[in-house]
Design a binder for this molecule. Structure first.
Ligand code: TRP
Length: 334
């Protein structure tokens, strides 16, 4: 509990440009949750270097992501949005937790197996201990809840196991975090292969709508979205393309699928795709305008970065100091 509220932690990597999937599935919810919870949202740049990055690009994208957090509606006076690399406690706690995590546990992580297959020339130790750094992120803030997608669930389970193991040895040090299950975000699929999740790392740019795509691009991508050869707008598992477009339309407008079926009864795919495109454009317009505004306000963004790194450090340090005492590191002389 901080300020009488439960604590929530989540983070996003600044690799690739954010898609409508990241927005509808995560960011939009983060904004909604930031009244009810004491929120910490990291730009987790330390996780990003487990895959080789171009330094200038990483730096630029990390800053753009920070600005997008604000443009999407997060109030940096409330939600603590910060760069993971600015809070050294993350690395320090990760080291300690490494000593309480088994090789066997980490070997079972499916993301590690997937990423090592994909980057066979760079299977580094950081890629292997990636989930331990993630555990440190969450445990430093004593988070009660963590909104994560299905792909990160295994890492959250590991976090809980390690925290429990530590608590069993040293007493109640860590809050055991739970996955946030509530009104979960929409799961948006690729526009080119609706059986696959929309992903910022997709090679085909037509598969994803990026948050900063201009209106023409958004309309074009929606028109070209892969659908079946039928023409009826029906919310059916047998029609994954249309199913996905209905999900997108609902996420943008707040409507229910049944309502959408009625609205487009007898009107065909062409007209529906136009409506989806227009709904996405309308939803992203204010975000894009704020983003452009914020990009010009260097002093404001710098201030947010500095203040929130300090805020995050203060909370994180409390946990880190406690952990250091528990494991037997000598007290600091003051
Ligand atoms: N690994 C997460 C992802 O790629 C990002 C992340 C890092 C995270 N630390 C976290 C998510 C802590 C939730 C909590 O999506």
């Amino acid at each position: 509990m901080i300020n009488g509220k439960k604590v929530l932690f989540s983070g996003m990597q600044a690799t690739g440009n954010l898609t409508l999937g990241n927005y509808a599935g995560a960011l939009k919810n983060w904004v909604a949750l930031s009244d009810e919870y004491e929120c910490y949202y990291g730009v987790v740049d330390m996780h990003s270097i487990t895959i080789r990055q171009d330094p200038a690009t990483l730096r630029q994208r990390a800053r753009n992501l920070m600005i997008l957090y604000i443009a999407a509606g997060l109030d940096p006076e409330k939600a603590c949005i910060y760069y993971q690399s600015h809070v050294s406690a993350h690395a320090e706690l990760a080291w300690i937790l490494n000593c309480y995590t088994y090789m066997g546990e980490l070997s079972r992580m499916t993301q590690f197996k997937d990423k090592s297959a994909k980057h066979a020339d760079n299977i580094n130790a950081g890629l292997f201990t990636y989930p331990v750094l993630m555990a440190a992120d969450i445990l430093l803030y004593q988070a009660d809840v963590v909104p994560v997608g299905a792909d990160q669930m295994q890492h959250l389970e590991l976090t809980r196991d390690v925290a429990q193991r530590f608590n069993n040895i040293y007493g109640d040090v860590f809050t055991i975090p739970e996955a946030y299950i509530g009104k979960s975000g929409a799961r948006i699929m690729s526009l080119q292969d609706p059986t696959k999740k929309m992903s910022k790392s997709d090679e085909n740019p037509n598969a994803s709508i990026y948050l900063l795509d201009d209106p023409d691009t958004i309309m074009r991508k929606c028109k070209r979205a892969v659908t079946d050869s039928d023409s009826q707008v029906l919310y059916s598992e047998d029609k994954p393309g249309i199913h996905n477009l209905i999900d997108i339309y609902c996420a943008m407008t707040g409507k229910q699928p049944a309502e959408v079926e009625r609205e487009f009864d007898g009107r065909g795919y062409g007209e529906f795709k136009m409506a989806v495109g227009e709904a996405v454009v309308a939803q992203l317009k204010p975000l894009q305008e704020r983003y452009a505004q914020l990009q010009k306000d260097k002093a404001y963004i710098d201030g947010v970065i500095k203040n929130n790194a300090e805020r995050a450090s203060r909370t994180a340090m409390k946990t880190l100091r406690k952990v250091q005492r528990k494991v037997g590191f000598p007290d600091r002389i003051r």
